[in-house]
Design a protein. Structure first.
Length: 80
């Protein structure tokens, strides 16, 4: 019985560690390249420029896009 309980606690502990690792991976910041790719996918436009802006502790990517209909749009993507 004791051996079964130890095994159960060990498995539960491993599951908790896996969840913590997955949670920290989800909280990882978006890179500038990932933000550019995301904007390209969503707008189907051509990225003209991209830069990183810092506002206190917050990081925002400012991406300028030429849309299919010829308009230039500036899209800000939070890094978090």
């Amino acid at each position: 019985m004791m051996k079964y309980m130890k095994r159960t606690f060990a498995i539960a502990g491993l599951c908790c560690l896996a969840l913590l690792a997955a949670g920290s991976a989800l909280a990882a910041k978006l890179t500038l390249q990932e933000a550019v790719a995301q904007v390209e996918r969503e707008t189907h436009g051509k990225v003209l420029s991209a830069e990183t802006k810092h506002n206190g502790r917050q990081t925002v990517y400012r991406i300028k896009v030429l849309t299919r209909d010829g308009q230039v749009r500036v899209i800000e993507v939070p890094a978090d």
